[in-house]
Design a binder for this molecule. Sequence first.
Ligand SMILES: [Zn+2]
Length: 342
Amino acid sequence: MRSLATPMLLLTAIGLAVILAHATTTGAESPQTPATPTETTMSDHLVLTDAEWRARLTPEQYRVLRHQGTEPAFCGGYTATKEHGIGAYHCVGCDAPLFTSDTKFDSGSGWPSFFQPLPGRIASVRDASHGMVRDEVTCARCGGHLGHVFNDGPKPTGLRYCINAVALAFKAQAATPGTSPTAPSTTSKATFGAGCFWGVEATFRAIPGVVDARVGYEGGTLAEPTYHDVCSEDTNHAEVVEVDYDPAVVGYERLLEVFWANHDPTTPNRQGPDHGSQYRSVVFFHDTEQQRAALEAKRKLDASGRFRRPIVTEVTPAQTFWKAEEYHQRYLEKQGLPNCHR
Ligand SMILES: [Zn+2]
């Protein structure tokens, strides 16, 4: 029944989107329109069957996008204003760009909030459910439910688009491997998963040329995961250490040696007593040179006969690094414990 209703809603939505886009772009101080989002147009609608949506989305994305669900406040991520750098927030259902980071603000609501969508990307429909009259906003391309729009936003529009984070996928501008808008130019970044991250961090901190390190979660699906989330094994995040190093002092090859010397890379999803996908052996590379070096080192290690079983280490592109809770940072130091990996 949802699939029958969708085309009607879309047609209504398109008209409203045009009005809304007009209303929100007449402000004198409109933020800059980003150069890139041209991959979809208003004639480029995505219409899928219910079964296809179920197959494409996670259960939570499906509940929110296709059944007007709402995620709990502060649980979906993307709430901190500047945390995710410069880029665009895309619809997780159809990949259409919806909002740019320069229109995002911290509303304190627990949901990512924007004062202006990209022109023509959002449709608005009056929603009288739950005993309230609100304006529901949907993706103009796929009709997916995104959230609601309120009249209490900041200038220049005075609007607050309150959006479920689970409906969004952030894409950093010029998000090519090896670039980071915040990384100092004199250091490089390396990311490794080698079991319990407490010991891995301590190991790398001891290497001359490593200028900083932090522990976190990477490679999974949930934004802003907690340790509890990761331990549930539902997120597929790995416990990782992100290392800032000075390539003039220590090479990436040396970091790879340290990585492989300090864990067992032959045990899938397991390090000693710790088992689960968060303990998998993984190299997240930041550029093609790191990728080449990691694959070459892995091949040599396999060929060396040092391990009886094959190396199962994943070598995969770096994704969003979610810094772990403060009590996990420099954990062994704080506990006065020796490094458990030695
Ligand atoms: Zn969409």
